[in-house]
Design a protein. Sequence first.
Length: 156
Amino acid sequence: MKKKSLKRIGVILFIGIVIAGSVGAYMWFKPHRDVQSTNAFTTLTAKQLTDEFTADAAKANAKYLASDGNSKVLIIEGRVSSINENQNGDKVIILKAEEDKVGVSAGFTKETNANVSSVKVGDIIKIKGAITAGNRYDADLDLYEHAILMQSDIVK
C-alpha cells in the first residue's frame, strides 16, 4: 500500500513539474509586443496626459493602463526638456514645458536609439510608445514622478 502512495505522489509531482515547465517556457519564448506597429489609441500633448492623471488618477489608469501588461499605445507631443541615457544605455527623453512640474518620460530601445540623434532640447516632437505608468506626486519625497512611455520611437 505504501508503494502505491509513493508512486501516485511521484506521478503527480512529475505532472506538476511538466506543467510548470511548459508555462515557464511559453512565457520565456512568447514574442514581445511590437509597439511601433500597433495603432495608437490616441494622440495627446504631454500636458493633456499629465493633467488627466493629476485630476483623477484612478480614471486615467482605467482609461490608459491594463493589468495584463498591454497598456495603451499613445502618441505624445511635447517640448523636449532633457535627453538622457538609462542604465541599459537606452535613450530617455522627457517631454515637459519649462513651467510644468511634471511631464512624460519616454524610454527608447536599442533599435530606436539612433532616431534620437537629431533631436535637441527645446524641439517640439511626437513620440509613440506604450504607457506603463501615469504621473504622480510623492509627498514623502516632495517630488513629482513623470508619466512613463516605453518602447518609444520618434513619429516622423
